[in-house]
Design a protein around this ligand. Structure first.
Ligand code: AKG
Length: 479
């Protein structure tokens, strides 16, 4: 089947409005949001329901044309865009944007793949519940992408990543069949967990079309504090002390180094430093309750006073209003954007055992800066999950090709240190295209062999998002 015939068949299945091959229409779908990868595609298809996704998959399977599923295109590893030179179609799930149902009795909500995360938050709040996964891109990230990448975010400390919030999944498998796994059962012990296989599979085993999600009771009251401190070690000791005082009310504990805060203050409008004094490290902490917020505040204030007395923190400000709490969060959630404005660096989303993270940061940062003179490490993020974004900005006078040349060496250096402490090169962003070679270099042979077998068993024609997540047996073919 030639490309023209294939596109005609897609149009017959989806209607004219569901398919475009116009380069101007395609353009925004071909580049990841950081602008690091621009791929090629024959067409963009936009199905309106699972039946139309099935029709597309059957046509693509018959023609041997790969499918790249895309949601909000907010991913960090270029998993949702085609590769340069691909003869593929991009399948957008954004038209599948219905919340199919909410059951407050079951504490569950069923959302189609194209529903935006903030819409799920709003819908849950309307019935007195909440969906406890949040991240900076909540206004554009979609449920299908969040499931397919097993996204993390700022509430993993208490509620775990996306995988722990999935009750069921509906997905179109590579042969065009529909896996109807949308139940809201809390217990289901029928062997292999297909939901968890599809979650985090980055579209390589099928296309997630809807998910049944776990809701938790609303906890409308929050205390948000900004702390100034001297080291990442003190930050972790502070977290454990706070947990001792307020228990699992601590939902977020985000580490922000002075250089990240400085970038935000420089590049992001309407931001200002929350503390009068300067500190090497900062922490944004959020505690939530459905009960007596005055009581939580008193306990939190006492705990923070003890941390000050013990010298674990040097200064603290508790937000006095929702507006101030939002202003604190803006400082944390715009670090990524401030870094992007400042210039693309080598990005690492690493995890190590939580107790090893302060030592990892404090020892690896100077090693990187000594090995690659002029580079600056910006290590921020989810300290309590043992996950920081250990990003390395290039020297001020770096040549335009720095990321592709020196940046690759920096990444190998960082990932080797991560491996030495038993960590992972992808804590929450996935593998996509950008981490594929490093994953192939560092993963245990048995892990890779099992992943390739699963991929081949479910997608023998290799049409589902090829070149993402699963390294080929011959590493030279991955790039
Ligand atoms: C975060 O802000 O938590 C992210 O995942 C962004 C990471 C990055 O920009 O490197």
């Amino acid at each position: 089947m030639d490309d023209g015939e294939f596109l005609d068949k897609l149009r017959a299945a989806l209607g004219e409005g569901g398919v475009t091959a116009d380069p101007a229409d395609l353009e925004p779908w071909l580049t990841d949001w950081r602008g690091r990868v621009t791929g090629n595609a024959l067409a963009l298809v936009s199905p309106r329901n699972a039946g139309e996704v099935q029709a597309v998959v059957r046509l693509a399977a018959a023609a041997g044309i790969p499918i790249v599923p895309q949601g909000g295109n907010t991913g960090m590893v270029a998993g949702g865009v085609p590769r340069p030179g691909d003869r593929a179609i991009v399948l957008s799930l954004r038209k599948m944007n219905a919340i199919r149902g909410i059951d407050a009795g079951d504490n569950s909500l069923v959302a189609e793949a194209g529903v935006i995360l903030s819409e799920v938050h709003r819908a849950a709040e309307e019935v007195g519940r909440r969906f406890p996964l949040s991240l900076a891109a909540k206004g554009s990230a979609t449920i299908g992408g969040l499931v397919s990448t097993n996204a993390g975010g700022t509430q993993v400390l208490r509620f775990g990543p996306m995988r722990s919030l999935i009750l069921g999944i509906e997905a179109v498998l590579p042969d065009g069949s529909l896996f109807e796994g949308l139940s809201s059962l809390r217990k289901d012990n029928r062997g292999y967990d297909l939901r968890q296989l599809l979650a985090g599979a980055e579209g390589t085993l099928g296309i997630v079309t809807a998910a049944s999600l776990k809701l938790v009771p609303a906890a409308p009251h929050r205390i948000v504090a900004w702390l100034g401190l001297g080291s990442a070690y003190d930050a972790l000791s502070g977290l454990r002390a706070l947990e001792g005082a307020v228990g699992d009310a601590v939902e977020s504990f985000e580490l922000v180094p002075a250089n990240a805060l400085a970038l935000v203050l420089k590049h992001i409008p309407d931001t200002r430093a929350p503390l009068r004094s300067d500190h090497d490290w900062h922490v944004l902490v959020e505690m939530r309750t459905s009960g007596d917020v005055a009581m939580l505040r008193t306990i939190a204030e006492t705990a923070l006073a003890t941390l000050l007395e013990d010298g674990l923190i040097a200064d603290a400000a508790i937000a006095e209003s929702e507006a101030q709490a939002e202003a604190f969060w803006k400082l944390r959630e715009t670090i990524s954007e401030a870094e992007r404005i400042d210039g693309t660096g080598a990005k690492h989303d690493v995890s190590v055992p939580v107790s090893a993270m302060p030592g990892f940061i404090e020892s690896t940062a100077p090693q990187v800066e000594a090995e690659f003179p002029g580079c600056r490490v910006i290590a921020f993020g989810h300290l309590g999950d043992g996950n920081v974004h250990f990003n390395v900005q290039p020297p001020k006078d770096a040549a335009p090709g720095w990321v592709a040349e020196t940046g690759v060496l920096v990444s190998r250096f960082v990932h080797d240190r991560v491996r030495e402490v038993g960590g992972s090169l992808s804590a929450e962003h996935g593998i996509g295209q950008l981490k594929l070679e490093e994953f192939a270099r560092l993963a245990e042979p048995a892990r890779l062999a099992a992943m390739r077998s699963i991929k081949h068993a479910l997608d023998p024609k290799g049409i589902m998002n090829p070149g993402k997540l699963v390294p080929l047996a011959n590493p030279g073919e991955n790039s």
